[in-house]
Design a protein around this ligand. Structure first.
Ligand code: FES
Length: 532
């Protein structure tokens, strides 16, 4: 099985029974904020795009690049579709010109021609991608690959039970706006960023340890930021709180822990994976030297992309849009129907809209308690966003239903909040359509019931088995220190004395101390060891 690195989360998989191109992304995403790193625009896309199968893991713009798909990817390719709750991915690919689809069922292997087998696992919580993310498993000639990309399954057992995996591709770097956009003192931002950086590396290591693949390929990030306004987000080695470590930084960390089976996939790297070997050819003479000169490389990339960024910026404004009136028209009907998300947010969210000079020209409140959109009235709010009016005009004018997959991932905003993170805020802003809102509300309804159900013992505590966040199995992901339980899936912490979530508002963990007489209770799934 041959893997060719095609940049960021993208890879082409070649076997004698056919080729699969995954997540080709080339054009800048999220209001020209994210660019692939390293630059992959010079690859021979005519040849790479002549593929038998196309796999787009989800609709995030650094995985789904409509312009590139339209121009370079063969419309004869058969699309391998994850089982997502809405048909948006298929609809958008049809619009681009693809006509052949295989609709997979989650966790069910599919036999393709010539002995090629695949399986796609779809994750479908409102916080997984834009309502859906997925991983692709491939087998040919006894060689197995898992392209986990940036999906975060609660465990990898569905893949592991299909046999030893030889190549495991997964995310290791950050892909979010936290904590950079928060209006916090520098030292607090650094501390939160450092924590986040450590947590994402820990999570990656946990997945690697779980699957025990022969070879590990760190992919799906980081992007690079070429606009001067965002340049500081690039990890150039001077900020321990930067959440975007690059592939070499991961490799150094991984090697430091005594592992030597990781392979960097630069755009153009070719890795021939066999049962007991992985032969790698890179497009540069010295990979370490390439990363050592990252700043110089990025400055040159920035010079080349400056006209692209300037053109994008010039296209954003839609001055004819009456933001308040349009927000009312779009959002109030959704507020009316929202039960879980509106209750979870519970109060007003303020948007300060600025002109090009950064001066606030309009302040609007979306009030989840009274379910209305209105001008800000000098009131106390728990959540505030500040961004350019031009960007919001653009989102409203284009009918964007997912502000996470556009505004928030652009990092072109600042945020302030009183209290803890509230996942419902961001879930709501990715559900600005009837279809998405209904799905998310239904999911929360079902989820609330499911997480309550089962109880396990971990060390000296009984706790509900499923994490109140996204249902991770706490017998595997919990770590208890003192009276605090941390779910290592996303780092949410709970006070075991009260059950209160210390990370996010509105969540509690059902828990109670185990009595001494309980020692040795049968069915104790969470021993101290499991919780270590
Ligand atoms: S599942 Fe996200 S923190 Fe537990």
């Amino acid at each position: 099985m041959r893997l060719t690195g095609t940049g960021h989360a993208s890879v082409r998989i070649d076997t004698a029974a056919g080729s699969i191109l995954c997540d080709p992304w080339v054009n800048p995403a999220y209001f020209a904020s994210w660019f692939p790193f390293p630059d992959n625009s010079e690859l021979d896309w005519e040849t790479l795009g002549d593929t038998d199968y196309l796999y787009v893991s989800h609709l995030h713009r650094d995985h789904f690049d409509p312009e590139h798909l339209r121009r370079y990817i063969s419309k004869r390719a058969t699309v391998l579709l994850p089982e997502f709750p809405t048909s948006e991915l298929e609809d958008q690919l049809r619009d681009i010109g693809f006509t052949r689809f295989i609709r997979t069922r989650t966790n069910e292997p599919v036999e393709l021609d010539g002995g090629l087998r695949i399986m796609i696992q779809a994750l479908t919580s409102p916080t997984d991608g834009p309502i859906g993310d997925s991983s692709l498993w491939v087998e040919y000639g006894g060689i197995r690959l898992l392209n986990q990309n940036d999906a975060r399954p609660t465990d990898l057992s569905e893949f592991a039970k299909l046999g030893h995996v030889h190549a495991h591709l997964l995310q290791f770097s950050g892909a979010i706006w936290y904590p950079m956009v928060y209006e916090l003192p520098k030292h607090a931002k650094t501390a939160f960023g450092k924590q986040k950086r450590e947590r994402q590396l820990d999570r990656t290591l946990r997945y690697i340890e779980d699957l025990k693949a022969s070879w590990v390929f760190p992919i799906a990030g980081p992007p690079c930021f070429l606009d001067d306004e965002l340049w500081e987000f690039n990890d150039l080695g001077g900020d321990e709180g930067n959440i975007f470590p690059d592939q070499q930084a991961f490799l150094d960390h991984y090697h430091g822990l005594g592992h030597n089976n990781a392979v960097i996939l630069l755009p153009g790297t070719v890795a021939e994976v066999t049962a007991d070997d992985c032969r790698v050819t890179h497009p540069v003479p010295d990979v370490r030297e390439f990363f050592a000169r990252k700043e110089e490389y990025l400055r040159d990339y920035q010079r080349r992309m400056r006209p692209v960024i300037e053109a994008a910026k010039a296209s954003w404004a839609r001055p004819h849009v009456d933001v308040l009136a349009e927000l009312k028209r779009r959002v109030e009907p959704l507020l009316e129907q929202s039960v879980y998300m509106a209750k979870g947010i519970g109060g007003p969210v303020r948007f300060d809209l600025t002109d090009e000079a950064g001066e606030t020209v309009e302040s609007i409140v979306i009030d989840f308690a009274t379910r209305e959109v209105r001008p800000y009235a000098d009131e106390k709010v728990r959540y505030r966003f500040k961004t350019r009016r031009a960007l919001v005009e653009n989102l409203l004018d284009s009918g964007e239903v997912d502000w996470v997959n556009s505004l928030f991932l652009s990092c072109r905003f600042s945020a302030a909040r009183i209290g803890q993170y509230n996942e419902f805020v961001y879930s709501f802003f990715k559900c600005l359509s009837q279809e998405r809102l209904q799905y998310a509300e239904g999911w929360y309804d079902e989820h609330e019931r499911a997480v309550e159900a089962e109880e396990i013992r971990i060390g000296d505590w009984y706790v509900q088995r499923r994490c109140p966040h996204l249902k991770a199995d706490l017998s595997r992901f919990a770590k208890i220190e003192g009276d605090t339980l941390t779910c290592q899936m996303h780092g949410w912490r709970f006070d075991l004395r009260t059950g209160r979530c210390l990370t996010s508002v509105g969540k509690t963990l059902r828990c109670r101390p185990a009595e001494p007489a309980d020692a040795g209770v049968g069915g104790d799934r969470g021993s101290s060891a499991a919780a270590s």
